[in-house]
Design a protein around this ligand. Sequence first.
Ligand code: GLV
Length: 310
Amino acid sequence: MAVLLSTKAQAMKAWRDALLAVDPTLDIRMFPDAGDPAGIEAAVVWTAHDMAELRRYPKLKLIVSMGAGVDHLLRPPGPPPGIPVARLVDRMLTTQMGEWVLLNVLRFHRQDPDYRAQQRDRVWRELPAPVTAERRIGILGLGELGTHAAGLLRGIGFPVMGWTRRPKAVEGVENLHGPDGLRAMAARSDILVCLLPLTPETRGIVDASLLGLMPRGGFVINGARGGHVVDADLLAALDGGHLAGAALDVFQPEPLPADHPYWSHPKVVMTPHAASITIPASAAPQVVDNLRRAREGRPLVNLVDFSAGY
Ligand code: GLV
């Protein structure tokens, strides 16, 4: 089976080598050198790939996202009709995201922005001791990433809530769900962490009305997608003093334009969509497993539910 690979130039060879290490018999075509379109049975693609282009391959059986998120694959025109899409559920992606969330929760919890400012100004002053058991964390989304992050935070003693569309039991995590649960959770979240998939329902979920419910002095952490946050509303909440800080890994658009206010905002810490980066060697076995399943007509794993949008 020929597999079309399409990603950033610098990642292409690592992906090819990782897939071949799992199955040396794979015929890998690196986009745009697809060869005979009728030979392509699977496409392993990342965000920039044009979904309309995938309509050129008459024998395509499977599309695989090179990351956990699939919003880029589902936006119009979407994948060719009838072709299943799989996403990555990868331990290394989950681990990295957990670390990034922990880093930023602890950054805010331990008053690191204030201490950095004091260091800059050579100020020797102890701030009030932070109390872990009193810093309430609300996580938007209890999927693979949210559940893992919740476990890490709980492990060091934070009270953790998790919001989901439908009720979901996660040990040690207070679950709130639906529209009322969303408001109730925001009202009690000293730190609000977004790890949701981006769908039409979750786009702009972190807006002025949600931020306004948060306790004064709260923090927002977004490791999901830029589209979850209404930037003007977040900036207004930071500038108006309602929120004390934000840690952002994802933006709209990416790369974030050089003149965007986030870059130099004193209350914003940013990373360039680097919280969790796919490591091809870790992801390749599940991709090859799915390719074989597609070829043999066996059930696929980690399939995207088009009606849910993730
Ligand atoms: C990264 O953003 C991913 O979706 O894996």
